[in-house]
Design a protein around this ligand. Structure first.
Ligand SMILES: [Zn+2]
Length: 627
């Protein structure tokens, strides 16, 4: 690392160089200079081919209580700075601002000057429009973990940048979940040097623990042998097991995109809250979630990051939910490249640009297969929206209510935009729309990480200062006592979690709405086998719910049920096929997972027929040798 120093001008006042997890941190006493001459860092990155960040020397950092008034005074009022988070482990202040663009160099603002004044690095983010408890939890966990994190980053860096033991590469992928099924996504990638876990989810509909959690027991791996966990996105079937890893002794890094961290914090905390309420077994508690936050390293799309001596990682847009990523692993100086899609949408939606397909090289593609059957073809978008509008108009005209069970993250925000658009244009009957609190909070996180949204939304929120998610039609329900307003007489639309009627506030509404034939239960997302949502959709006339007293309550289902396809954040059949065809140079093989057995068989067959490449479909507890 010493050679880095030789090319840096003395004015930069570099005092030391240290590992900070997968990055190399240059400590400076003159952050202003390095910020204003940022070509210096770019040149170092190009020459060492590693991630490099600048950090301020601790001795120049003003204490928080002195730095705050300076920020208050120097930040222009128009920027609307509302909150500062001082992260001592890395010496960085996050400024939440209503107009973050005003503090960018594009707008002519000299952030280096501000850094020089307080002696801290500065990061600016859009302020969420309503307070997010998940973002506060994240800050709290980071703050209380300061000492631990400093030590962790150092040790992790030494492990990542250690010399290799061997030259030859052997690569095996073990299927620990989501093999010929949907739920508990988890793959173990083993190379000669490393063991990396891709996702660690739970199965929402599973009835016993053998089927609910990843089969790490079968993989014959100790948790302390795992070098890294890489998370594709913040859905429970991909990350619901992560805190349990920490509870059982894992203390290595978890890599994911920036918005994935607060989103998973929100959903995991909600998951244990619901489990407590329903008297179910809770796998982990808030302490384990804090542990996870303290070990999470967030990355932006497109940056190459070393995660072990022989694996480089790049996360790219997957178009599925906020911060969702495809995972590109470059193993052993060009020996093999894996792309794991996670859940992805190869097509544009209101919320996101289409999934990235342009990878420098891919030998093995691991694709999800939620919609892998021939009949899984989504209608064109306008048709989908009209089906949705008609489905609601009919019920509202009879004075009924429409209940939309929906996951808090992803489809909810898409539906919010669609409802608002069509009501505004009077195509959809105007009616009050009630959103359960967690949906509103998840939406606020979308606003705060707007640079991860589609180009149009990004520009609306960040450049024009318009918040497309707030509207006069919407009421957020923050407390159970406020639910009466939504349930009382009169037409309304209600959106509540969870999306498959497996627990959550949606069940309180379901109990009131399902018995009347004037009402409608409208599904807009995938319903996994074994869930109440699937049973209701398949025509079940009764549902058993757990009452407050712990007794089973039988609810008659007389309301009509309907599913509108096409809002999904997953690629449909055609999109999966087209995505695979885009890969250049030609793939060596495809591994198909995350789908019903029949769909996986179909997709694997079609891939072999069309592209003449082997398509494997491992069950859980099967291993595939890649090289
Ligand atoms: Zn997902």
């Amino acid at each position: 690392m010493g050679s880095i120093l030789t090319n840096i001008p003395a004015e930069a006042q570099i005092t030391r160089i240290e590992y900070e997890g997968p990055r190399i941190a240059l400590y400076t006493k003159n952050p202003k200079y390095l910020q204003q001459n940022n070509y210096i860092i770019s040149e170092i990155v190009n020459s060492v081919k590693k991630r490099v960040v600048t950090r301020t020397e601790k001795s120049i950092r003003k204490p928080e209580h002195d730095a705050k008034p300076i920020l208050d005074k120097l930040i222009p009022v128009e920027a609307g700075a509302s909150n500062y988070f001082f992260d001592e482990a890395i010496g960085e202040v996050t400024i939440e601002a209503n107009n973050p663009r005003l503090l960018s160099s594009d707008a002519g603002y000299d952030i280096g000057e501000l850094m020089g004044q307080i002696g801290w690095k500065i990061k600016v983010r859009k302020a969420p429009h309503i307070a997010s408890s998940a973002i506060q939890t994240m800050y709290y966990a980071l703050r209380t973990g300061t000492d631990e994190r400093e030590r962790f980053y150092k040790e992790l860096g030494e492990a990542i940048f250690r010399p290799r033991y061997t030259v030859a590469e052997q690569i095996t992928v073990k299927s620990l979940g989501a093999g010929q099924e949907v739920g508990r996504s988890c793959l173990l990638v083993e190379t000669s040097e490393s063991k990396v876990l891709l996702d660690a989810g739970i199965s929402p509909g599973a009835r016993n623990s053998w089927d609910a959690y990843p089969r790490l027991d079968w993989a014959d791996v100790q948790l302390n042998e795992i070098d890294a966990v890489i998370l594709s996105h913040a859905h429970l079937d991909h990350m619901g097991f992560l805190p349990a890893l920490f509870k059982f002794g894992y203390d290595g890094p978890v890599y994911c995109t920036e918005p994935t961290l607060p989103l998973m914090t929100l959903l995991q905390n909600d998951f244990i809250k619901i489990a407590h309420l329903e008297g179910g077994r809770v796998l982990y508690d808030q302490k384990d979630i804090r542990d996870l936050i303290q070990h999470t390293i967030t990355l932006q799309y497109g940056t190459v990051t070393d995660v072990s001596p022989d694996i480089k990682l790049v996360l790219n847009n997957a178009g599925h939910i906020l911060g969702s990523a495809t995972v590109h692993l470059h193993i052993g100086e060009g020996v093999h490249n894996i792309v794991y899609t996670g859940d992805y949408k190869y097509g544009r939606t209101q919320l996101f640009d289409s999934a990235s397909w342009n990878y420098p090289r891919v030998e093995t593609l691991i694709t999800e297969c939620t919609y892998g059957a021939k009949e899984d073809i989504m209608p064109p978008r306008e048709e989908v929206e009209m089906n949705f509008v008609n489905a609601i108009n009919g019920t509202l005209a009879q004075g009924g209510k429409v209940l939309i069970p929906i996951p808090a993250v992803g489809r909810a925000q898409e539906i919010i935009l669609v409802l608002d658009h069509y009501m505004r244009n009077k195509v959809l009957t105007e009616a009050p729309v009630f959103l359960e609190g967690m949906i509103s909070e998840a939406t606020a996180i979308h606003v705060s990480y707007a640079e991860y949204l589609s180009r149009e939304l990004r520009s609306k929120i960040l450049d024009q200062g318009i918040n497309p998610f707030v509207s006069e039609y919407f009421t957020s329900i923050e407390h159970p006592s406020a639910r009466d307003e939504a349930i009382k007489e009169g037409p309304a639309v209600i959106m509540a979690t969870s999306g498959m009627l497996e627990g959550g506030p949606v069940l309180q509404y379901f109990e009131h709405i399902a018995p009347s034939d004037r009402n409608k239960i409208l599904f807009v997302s995938y319903q996994v086998q074994g869930t109440l949502g699937r049973r209701v959709l398949d025509g079940s006339k009764q549902a058993s719910l757990l009452g407050d007293n712990g007794k089973i309550k039988i609810v008659d289902v007389n309301a009509s049920t309907q599913k509108v396809d096409g809002f999904s954040g997953h690629s449909d059949y055609n999109q999966i096929i087209r995505f695979i065809g885009k890969m250049r140079p030609k793939l060596q093989q495809v591994i198909v997972n995350h789908g019903d057995k029949r769909k996986i068989e179909n997709l694997a067959y079609v891939i072999q027929r069309i592209y003449r490449i082997p398509a494997l479909r491992p069950a859980v507890q099967e291993a595939i040798r890649l090289c």
